[in-house]
Design a protein around this ligand. Structure first.
Ligand SMILES: NC(=O)c1ccc[n+]([C@@H]2O[C@H](COP(=O)([O-])OP(=O)(O)OC[C@H]3O[C@@H](n4cnc5c(N)ncnc54)[C@H](O)[C@@H]3O)[C@@H](O)[C@H]2O)c1
Length: 481
C-alpha cells in the first residue's frame, strides 16, 4: 500500500465538469461536495422525479444535515443540475463518479442490474481522457473485469490508456456524510498507475483534509470496504454469542463488554436483536461470492470465509432468540398483541433495507402473536405498505409486550404509560431507561442481561447454571481433597 505517495506529488485535477451517476442518499451529497469545490456538476438518475426535483432546487433527501439548503443554492447558482440522459452528460465530463446500488436477491446472489445499466450508459458517452471512478461497494474483481470490459465494449476505448478507471469505496454513513468526507481517509485503487494517479488528483480537488490511501489495484480497494463491513458483522455476532452465554450463566453482558473494552485491544460491539441495513448484512455475501469463485484455491484446506458465513447466521437468528426470551417471560404468545418500536433498520434512519423488524415480526407471527408496528419516521400508510400493521394509540391497552427494534431518538422519551396491560419491554438496542419502565410495573428485558428472573428456570434460551451439563458445573464446585 502506497500511502499518500502519488497524491503528494500530483496537482489537483482542475475543476471542470464531473458527472455523478446515481443521485441517492450518497450520490446527491457527493454532487454537492464536488460543486462546493468548484466543479460543474451534472447528476444523473434514472428516476425522473428525482431529476425534476433537483432541477427545481429541491433535495429529495431530507435526513442529511445541510443538504437541502446546499442543493437549493448550487442549483440557483447554476453549479449543479440533473438529467436522466447519462450518456449525454458523460460526453461533457472530465470525471465520472458512479454510486448506484448493487443489491443481493433472496438467495443472497449479487444483483448488478442497476450498475450494469449505468455502466452501459456511461460507456456509450465516454470520451478519451475521461476518468471513471466507481464508489459503489463491489465484490472483489468487479471493476477490473466486469466494468472495464463493459466500458471498453460500449465506448470502443481502452481502459488505462484511452480513459482512466479507478475504484474508491464510499465509506461515509447517511446522516453524517459531510463530516465523514472531512475526516475519513479516502481509499483509492486504479486499474493501472496512471488511473490511480488521476483518481488521487480528483479526490485531492474535492476533499479538504482527508488522507488519501492508494491501494495497489482496484481489487485491493474493493476488498477494503468488504473487510470493514464484514468485520463489523462478525464482531456483532461475537457480541451476540457472548450475550447468549451471559443469559445462560446469569451474567450481565453489557457490563462485561464495557469492562473488557477498557483494555485497548478489545473492541467488542453491542449485542442486539439483529443487524439490518443495506451494508453490514449484505457485504459479507459480496465477499462470499468471491470465495465461491476461487473455491478451487481452497483445495485440500478448510473452506474459505467460514466465519463471515456463520456470523450472518448468528445475527439473523437473534430475532428468534429475542422472541424466545419474550415467550419465557410471558408464556405463550398466541393471540397476544406485541408492539414493535421501529421498523427502520437502525435509529434515526428512514430506511427499511434488511430491517430486523421483519425477522422479529416473522418469529412473533410463527408463535401466533398479533404484531403491531410503530415508527415515527414513517406514516401509517408507509408502515402498512412495508408489510406491518400500524400501531394507533387507541390500541395501546391491547399491547402485552413491547420490543424496541430501532433506537430512534424519539423513543428515548417514549410514553409507556398508556400501555396499561403491557407486562414486558424488551430493549433490543440497549437504548431505553430501565428505571422508567420498571417504575410503571413492567419488566425490562435486554439481550444478554443474564435473564434475571428466568435464571431459575432450567430451560432454553436462559437457564442459568441449570442449563449446563452437570459434569460441566461440577468443575466449578469447590472441592477439598
Ligand atoms: N446509504 C449508505 O449509507 C451508504 C454508505 C456508504 C456507501 N454506500 C454505497 O452507495 C450506494 C448507493 O447508496 P444510496 O444509499 O445512495 O442508494 P439510494 O437507493 O439512496 O440511491 C441510488 C440512486 O441511484 C439511482 N439509480 C439506480 N440505477 C441507476 C442507473 N442505472 N443510472 C442512474 N441512476 C441510477 C436510483 O434511482 C437512486 O436515486 C450503495 O449501494 C453503497 O454501495 C451507501
Amino acid at each position: 500500500m502506497e500511502k499518500e505517495l502519488s497524491s503528494q506529488s500530483l496537482p489537483a485535477l482542475s475543476p471542470a465538469t464531473v458527472v455523478v451517476v446515481g443521485l441517492g442518499k450518497i450520490g446527491l451529497p457527493l454532487a454537492v461536495q464536488y460543486a462546493r469545490h468548484g466543479w460543474q456538476v451534472i447528476g444523473c438518475d434514472v428516476n425522473a422525479e428525482v431529476v425534476e426535483q433537483i432541477n427545481a432546487g429541491r433535495s429529495h433527501i431530507h435526513e442529511e444535515p445541510g443538504l437541502e439548503e446546499a442543493v437549493a443554492k448550487l442549483v440557483r447558482e447554476g453549479r449543479l443540475r440533473a438529467t436522466s440522459d447519462t450518456s449525454a452528460a458523460v460526453r461533457q465530463a472530465r470525471a465520472v463518479v458512479v454510486i448506484v446500488p448493487v443489491l443481493i436477491d433472496e438467495a443472497h446472489r449479487v444483483n448488478f442490474a442497476a450498475l450494469d445499466a449505468a455502466t452501459c450508459a456511461i460507456g456509450r458517452g465516454l470520451q478519451p481522457n475521461t476518468l471513471v471512478i466507481y464508489e459503489t461497494t463491489l465484490p472483489v474483481g468487479t471493476t477490473s473485469r466486469r466494468l472495464a470490459l463493459m466500458l471498453e465494449r460500449e465506448s470502443g476505448l481502452r481502459a488505462g490508456s484511452d480513459f482512466w478507471l479507478a475504484y474508491s469505496p464510499e465509506r461515509v454513513s447517511s446522516g453524517t456524510i459531510f463530516r465523514d468526507l472531512r475526516i475519513y481517509p479516502k481509499v483509492v485503487g486504479g486499474i493501472n498507475p496512471p488511473s490511480a494517479a488521476e483518481a488521487v488528483a480528483f479526490y485531492r480537488s474535492v476533499l479538504d483534509t482527508s488522507e488519501i490511501i492508494v491501494m495497489p489495484s482496484t481489487d485491493d480497494a474493493e476488498f477494503v470496504k468488504l473487510i470493514e463491513t464484514t468485520y463489523r458483522d462478525v464482531n456483532i455476532a461475537l457480541a451476540n454469542e457472548f450475550a447468549r452465554f451471559a443469559d445462560a450463566r446469569g451474567l450481565d453482558v453489557q457490563a462485561a463488554i464495557a469492562a473488557a473494552n477498557s483494555q485497548p485491544y478489545s473492541h467488542i460491539h453491542t449485542p442486539s436483536v439483529g443487524v439490518g441495513g443495506h451494508c453490514i448484512p449484505v457485504y459479507p455475501y459480496f465477499l462470499l461470492a468471491g470465495a465461491e469463485e476461487v473455491r478451487e484455491l481452497a483445495n485440500g484446506h478448510a473452506p474459505l470465509l467460514q466465519l463471515p458465513r456463520l456470523a450472518r447466521t448468528i445475527n439473523d437468528s437473534m430475532a428468534t432468540y429475542a422472541v424466545q426470551r419474550l415467550e419465557m417471560a410471558l408464556g405463550s404468545l398466541r393471540e397476544q398483541t406485541i408492539l414493535i418500536l421501529g421498523i427502520a433498520y437502525r435509529g434515526d434512519v428512514r430506511e427499511l433495507a434488511f430491517s430486523s423488524a421483519a425477522l422479529l415480526q416473522a418469529a412473533l407471527q410463527e408463535r401466533g402473536a398479533l404484531v403491531l408496528a410503530d415508527d415515527p419516521l414513517f406514516s401509517p400508510a408507509e408502515i402498512r405498505a412495508a408489510g406491518y400493521t400500524p400501531f394507533s394509540p387507541s390500541r395501546a391497552a391491547e399491547v402485552k409486550a413491547i420490543i424496541l427494534q430501532a433506537a430512534h431518538t424519539a423513543y428515548r422519551s417514549f410514553d409507556f404509560r398508556p400501555f396499561t396491560r403491557c407486562q414486558v419491554v424488551l430493549d433490543g438496542r440497549l437504548a431505553l431507561q430501565r428505571s422508567a419502565i420498571e417504575a410503571l410495573g413492567m419488566r425490562y428485558l435486554a439481550i444478554g442481561d443474564g435473564c434475571p428472573d428466568e435464571a431459575r428456570k432450567a430451560s432454553a434460551p436462559c437457564g442459568g447454571e441449570g442449563s449446563l451439563p452437570a459434569s460441566h458445573t461440577d468443575n466449578y464446585k469447590p472441592s477439598c481433597r
